[in-house]
Design a protein around this ligand. Structure first.
Ligand SMILES: *Cc1c(COP(=O)(O)O)cnc(C)c1O
Length: 383
């Protein structure tokens, strides 16, 4: 059976070039980067080179990059790391559509005595800088807003929010896990103080990620131990993963334009062909200001979970909501925050295309989707 992978926002397949780069560090170059001998030196050189690559892609300096185990840890490190040294102010601003790595860290901080405002978004899932402005108080010390949403792909006006944060002397963190490698992510242009990224969303290995922390910012540690990562994140560095992450970021940077055009045109073709043969299909997310691979659609009258299972049975892999919450039957917090009616939110599924997808994938999906939708609509109690 043919198989098509349309869940690139949950994770991506590792690029062959990335894997090739990693293999020596899983075999002969196994050294600990803290060791003095030549095994250690080899690992240390690789670590330095990867750090330089990530820094250059972000327009940061190497000393501003902390390698972590991924986006979740980066988000935790940013928010808790800033909250603990803060002694006077107690207010955090974030949005209602953040990834759970940010939302649940904020919930935790609320229990620890911080006050959190979860900003509403518009119908497309976008945060309005004016709404941010209105919610700033003397007590606000941190704003955390994602660059693009993982469920619908809507891209936020981060530079404008960064400008506001800076004018009010408030620290600004951005979860850029979904945008990094796909559209330009320049920490200076975006005016961010901290920024989270992850390797496995960009054709790199799982368990790799980084947090950009602008020079001079005080951050409490989560991990105590050795003096790794400029004494900000203890633990022997995962050199193979870090090497892979650095390589994946370089490839994304070099091929960004071509990948963007290719992925977007496949995505647009998928949408246009679905719309032309299936009635009552609605797009969730911003029609233009959206990541190139995202296609989140509501198929009126069908249970999203049922649709996913039927599609998977026919070899088409998509998802509902975020990967981390699938299995739960509650409608997506993102779609609800956008004001999507609950019955449409329940009928929504997300296709996210990536570099490896082809026109054949689209053709195969179009053989499968209309038939599955028609069958499910026929047996649906809603129709
Ligand atoms: C995937 C994702 C994360 C979590 O990253 P991991 O590396 O899987 O821990 C955080 N934020 C967003 C927006 C994501 O899409």
């Amino acid at each position: 059976m043919q198989r098509v992978y349309f869940d690139n926002s949950a994770t991506t397949p590792i690029d062959d070039r990335v894997l090739e780069r990693m293999l020596p560090y899983l075999k002969e170059n196994f050294g600990n980067a803290s060791s003095i001998h030549r095994y250690g030196q080899k690992a240390r050189v690789a670590l330095t080179e990867a750090r330089e690559k990530i820094a250059s892609v972000l327009n940061a300096t190497p000393a501003e990059i902390i390698f972590t185990s991924g986006g979740t840890e980066s988000d935790n490190l940013a928010l808790k790391g800033l909250a603990y040294p803060e002694t006077k102010r107690r207010h955090i601003i974030t949005s209602a559509v953040e990834h759970h790595a940010v939302l649940n860290t904020c919930k935790y901080l609320e229990k620890k005595g911080f006050r959190v405002t979860y900003l509403p978004v518009d119908q497309t899932g976008m945060v309005d800088p004016e709404v941010v402005q209105r919610n700033i108080s003397d007590d606000t010390f941190l704003i955390s807003i994602m660059h693009a949403n993982n469920e619908v792909g809507t891209i936020n006006p981060i530079a404008e929010i960064g400008e506001l944060a800076r004018a009010h002397k408030i620290l600004f963190h951005c979860d850029a896990v979904q945008t990094f490698g796909k559209i330009p992510v320049d920490v200076k242009f975006l005016k961010v103080d901290l920024l989270s990224i992850s390797g496995h969303k960009i054709y790199g290995p799982k368990g790799s990620g980084a947090l950009y922390v602008r020079k001079g910012i005080l951050l409490e540690k989560l991990n105590h131990g050795g003096h790794h990562e400029y004494n900000r994140r203890a633990g022997t560095e995962n050199i193979p993963a870090i090497v892979g992450f650095g390589e994946a970021a370089m490839i994304c940077q070099q091929e960004m334009k071509a990948d963007y055009e290719k992925v977007k045109s496949l995505r647009d073709e998928l949408f246009q062909r679905i719309q032309s043969v299936i009635p009552d299909v609605f797009l969730n997310g911003h029609p233009e200001k959206r990541l190139p691979g995202h296609l989140n659609l509501a198929f009126k009258g069908i249970e999203g979970e049922a649709l996913l299972l039927s599609l998977d049975f026919k070899g088409v892999a998509a998802s509902s909501g975020s990967a981390c919450t699938s299995g739960a039957t509650e409608p997506s917090h993102v779609l609800l925050a956008m004001g999507t009616a609950p019955f449409l939110a329940q009928s929504s599924i997300r296709f996210t295309l990536g570099r490896q997808n082809t026109t054949e994938d689209i053709n195969y999906a179009l053989e499968v989707i209309p038939e599955v939708v028609a069958r499910l609509r026929k047996i649906s109690p809603f129709n």
